[in-house]
Design a protein around this ligand. Structure first.
Ligand code: AMP
Length: 218
């Protein structure tokens, strides 16, 4: 069983890399941001509690995060392991997590500030089927329209310059200590996230001693 945490600022490509690893190694991909967005879209009680915080790009309280992560992991549908994306995001969350779970490695994707800002402002997703786009790297054939289902492409509500700045500041202030905690346990592998998707994936696998990817992500 493989249990990983993937870390990096928004737009570092951690979600993309997590999905590839999850698919190829049968890991359950647990994205805390996706869990919140699902709850918001489906108007659950939890969604109502976190809606404003998520829209502002601020961090949800540790108590709520512990609840949602605990609930998700207690489903025990991760026979081959899991990859946690977007958690832990501060020292308290890391400590709480390490009390109950051990992990094999933390994958840290490193991307400079200016590149991240540019990437995040150009990302879109299909409002109907959820497919991800990037106006520079993965452009739709017809502007603002999903290639697969014809749905309208929209930006995440929290992908504004102000919200991104707030999330980047949060990352540097609060998430760095998490890296320090894991580094003490010698669990971190750091990869250069400015490379192509396939190159980033290969370097993650090399460092984790996992079998190489047979073909690219497409
Ligand atoms: P993400 O998709 O990882 O960018 O997460 C979207 C939003 O969900 C964040 O801006 C936070 O508001 C909230 N969120 C996700 N993960 C956490 C976490 N571990 N702690 C607190 N808030 C979180």
């Amino acid at each position: 069983m493989n249990k990983y945490v993937i870390m990096g600022v928004q737009g570092s490509g951690k979600g993309t890399q997590a999905k590839i690893l999850a698919k190829d190694f049968d890991l359950v991909h647990i994205s805390v941001g996706d869990l919140f967005r699902w709850n918001i879209q489906n108007h659950t009680k939890l969604g109502a509690r976190v809606k404003r915080t998520v829209a502002a790009g601020e961090l949800v309280t540790d108590e709520v995060v512990a609840e949602i992560v605990g609930r998700r992991l207690s489903q025990h549908d991760w026979n081959y392991g899991f990859i946690l994306d977007g958690f832990p995001r501060n020292g308290a969350q890391a400590e709480f997590f390490l009390e109950s779970y051990d992990i094999d490695a933390v994958i840290n994707i490193d991307v400079p500030y200016e590149i991240v800002m540019h990437r995040v402002l150009s990302r879109r997703y299909c409002s109907r089927c959820g497919l991800d786009y990037n106006l520079f790297l993965h452009r739709p054939e017809v502007a603002n329209t999903c290639d697969v289902c014809g749905g309208e492409l929209v930006s995440r509500q929290d992908d504004t310059e102000e919200a991104i700045r707030s999330r980047l500041d949060d990352f540097h202030e609060k998430t760095r200590p998490v890296l320090d905690i894991f580094a003490r346990k010698e669990l971190i592998v750091t990869v250069d996230g400015t490379q192509s998707i396939d190159e980033v994936q290969q370097s993650i696998r090399q460092q984790l001693h996992l079998p190489a990817q047979e073909s690219g992500h497409n």
